[in-house]
Design a protein around this ligand. Structure first.
Ligand SMILES: [Zn+2]
Ligand SMILES: [Zn+2]
Length: 155
């Protein structure tokens, strides 16, 4: 049987450890306002995994959940407030923030919710206006420069 690679990481204080095994279904950057205010950073580097790939390997009783909507169950450490991952049950996927699992090399494929960006990135990757069609979005892409131009227009 093939052995699958595992990637572990912890919250800020180390009380909670999460382990991802195998390979994610998708990787990229989310520019939405919810990711921004939750992460306190301009973009969220995401890695989306099937739930069976993710295990809380330490401190599960220290894990708390906040859900503003039924689409995102955000997991954080009760001791340090550090964020670990977001469960998206309607997609059957879990977003383990790329920074949470530092041994997994982030290989972004796409930018999502780029219409909401405050930090345009010219890296040649597709820029989805919101989300891909298969995830319930419009599937529309934006040119990289458009948001930059819009921002300049707005001053
Ligand atoms: Zn912690
Ligand atoms: Zn987002």
């Amino acid at each position: 049987m093939e052995t699958q690679e595992s990637y572990s990481g912890t919250c800020f204080c180390g009380a909670v450890e999460v382990t991802a095994t195998g390979a994610p279904a998708a990787m990229g950057y989310c520019h939405c306002d919810s990711c921004r205010t939750w992460s306190a950073s301009p973009v969220n580097a995401f890695t989306l995994w099937k739930p069976e790939s993710i295990r809380v390997t330490r401190g599960a009783d220290n894990l708390a959940t906040f859900n503003k909507t039924s689409r995102s169950y955000r997991k954080w450490c009760k001791s340090c407030g550090g964020h670990l991952f977001t469960d998206h049950p309607h997609w059957g996927l879990i977003d383990v923030y790329a920074a949470t699992i530092p041994t997994y090399r982030h290989q972004p494929q796409v930018h999502v919710n780029y219409a909401e960006t405050v930090l345009p990135m010219k890296d040649g990757l597709p820029k989805m206006k919101d989300l891909p069609k298969e995830m319930g979005g419009s599937g529309e892409t934006l040119p990289e420069e458009r948001s930059v131009a819009l921002e300049m227009e707005l001053g």
